[in-house]
Ligand binder design. Structure first.
Ligand code: ZN
Length: 329
């Protein structure tokens, strides 16, 4: 008997990651194709469908043995109809019927969720949150994304906008302007972009000797969040102050999330989470400081383990969870 597979798709502005997974969540094959966002994104779903068909043929695997396709995409969505309201990077017009288009092009059932939620589901299925039913995932990348899982299911909220952890604010007076139009959002502080901005501001404010200042000069004013963490590890005063500021706000926000939901784990992913103990140790200290006692004793902060496969794994979980292909069910 042929093994049933789920297909996971993680749609990004420059590449589309695609994977075949067994129903146990093991990756059979994963690959990438470029995102063609020219011509109002008309080719995106066609390219995805063609690529999936080619790879199925390579494995001699019939479409009828595929449970369905789960897809993570940048939201916001109407989850029931699979209509994506608006996107910045994909070229589609507003209210684009993504689910319907891919189903037509591919001839398989499709379920869609936003990319941060898929990453959270991936970590729950096969990553740091394995075995948890109550989990919050916070992705600290160029921006800050979030996914909230309660009783094994993503919390969508009234209009699919639950889990926007990047836009929680922790009372920053005169905070920086966020992409969302508000000021002082967590994303302006704890994203890679926010950390670099804070470092540049503090270097201007503080006229002290600093290894980080030398790094900035040598790099032609282009530093990364990793540079800031590396300098902090070496005891650089300015970099340490940046990390302390980031950790205090992140710790406070995570404590407030934990006080509300008391998840088994809060999993931190994305490039910034790779900083290691230089960030995690102070984040955990502030987290414990602001947490309700029994929450601090039962909610664990951990680092994501799946890297950039979390999205396709979580997307495939959606297809498996919904057992989309009725000919198999
Ligand atoms: Zn915001």
């Amino acid at each position: 008997m042929t093994e049933n597979w789920a297909v996971g798709v993680d749609l990004g502005g420059t590449t589309v990651k695609i994977a075949f997974l067994t129903i146990n969540g093991d990756i059979v094959e994963n690959w990438e194709i470029p995102t063609d966002n020219s011509d109002e994104g008309k080719n995106i779903t066609k390219d995805i469908a063609k690529s999936i068909e080619e790879h199925l043929a390579k494995w001699n695997h019939a479409k009828s043995d595929v449970l369905g396709v789960g897809m993570g995409a940048p939201g916001p969505f109407d989850y029931e109809t699979g209509i994506i309201f608006n996107t910045v990077n994909l070229g589609w017009p507003d209210n684009f019927p993504l689910k319907e288009k891919l189903e037509t092009d591919l001839g398989l059932p499709v379920v869609i969720d936003n990319d941060a939620n898929c990453a959270a589901l991936g970590e729950m299925w096969k990553g740091a949150g394995s075995g948890c039913t109550d989990l919050v995932c916070v992705t600290l990348g160029t921006g800050v994304g979030g996914g909230v899982i309660v009783n094994g299911q993503i919390v969508q909220g009234a209009k699919g906008a639950a889990g926007e952890i990047g836009h929680l604010t922790s009372v920053v007076e005169n905070g920086a302007l966020c992409n969302c139009g508000k000021t002082g959002c967590l994303e302006t502080i704890a994203s890679a972009t926010g950390i670099v901005r804070l470092a540049n501001e503090m270097l201007v404010d503080q006229n002290v000797e600093s290894e980080l200042r030398t790094v900035v000069t040598n790099s032609g004013m282009m530093i990364t969040a990793k540079d800031v963490f590396d300098s902090a590890k070496n005891g650089d005063i300015v970099a340490e102050e940046v990390v302390e500021f980031v950790a205090s706000h992140l710790g406070l926000v995570l404590a407030n999330i934990a006080n509300t939901l008391n998840p088994q784990k809060i999993v931190l992913g994305g490039g910034v989470s790779k900083a290691g103990d230089v960030l995690l140790t102070p984040v955990k200290e502030y987290f414990n400081k602001y947490c309700f006692k029994s929450v601090a004793e039962s909610t664990v902060i951990d680092v994501a383990t799946l890297g950039n496969t979390a999205g396709v794994i979580g997307a495939a979980w959606l297809a498996k969870d919904q057992k989309l292909n009725e000919s198999i069910v």
